[in-house]
Write a protein that binds this ligand. Sequence first.
Ligand SMILES: [Zn+2]
Length: 267
Amino acid sequence: MPDQSCCVCQNALKEDLKFNQFLGTEGTDHRCRICIHCGLIQRSLLPAPDEPTEGLLYGEYTAGDNSANRRSLMRLDLIRQLLPENGLMLDVGAGSGAFVKEARHQGLSAYGIEMLPQDGVCEWLVNHDISKAPFLIDGRTFEVINLNHVLEHVSDPIPFLKGILASLSDSGTLIVEVPNEVRALSIRIKQVLGKKSNSKTAFLDHRLFFERRSLINCLEKVGFQVIKASTPRVCYRNGFIHESFDQFQSLIGQGNVLEILARKHNL
Ligand SMILES: [Zn+2]
């Protein structure tokens, strides 16, 4: 029986009818529920890989096309501004390590960890579950930790973020980016634009659906203090419908991703 309380604040969950209607997941085991306190939409089970599903979200945003690479380079510029001399940077959920590799190519002391087994594991790309133990390099914490489109895949975000907090230096900065689920509005727009236009999307393995308030609440719960929250528009070049949706959100001041900078609280 799936857990019926919020994975962040333990309050009661209720089925989010509109969201499930949009996803086509009404009445299924993997339907989404919303926390009545913090507004985080979450699901405790994922659809089976071979289950027919519908849904439109951000497409193959990790595919590494030119626009995604531009975004990566912007992120590296930000990291360079935040990183003190000889500071260490950690990419959590590093995948194949392409981002870390580019950071190292640019001269940063960058490391990556990935929970899922990867080819190419080496001294700077390690298999590690940060929710089980902090990750340190020679006993040192990190001055910048990057969490790029990872948190929405995590089933238990509190121990995961506690592991990140313990791996961050006292004056360090956490950068978090997740899809921006501007709830009712995005559902409405996506319905209008045609939810069946792109059924194979990354959304299928999302467990958590954030908007600004629920993401900030989640970070504060484990002892982070949010110092900047923005909703930039990121273009992933996935065709006219995605472009139109992104542009519309941008016009009303809501880009398609949430980007948050946070530090340890009271420091
Ligand atoms: Zn909650």
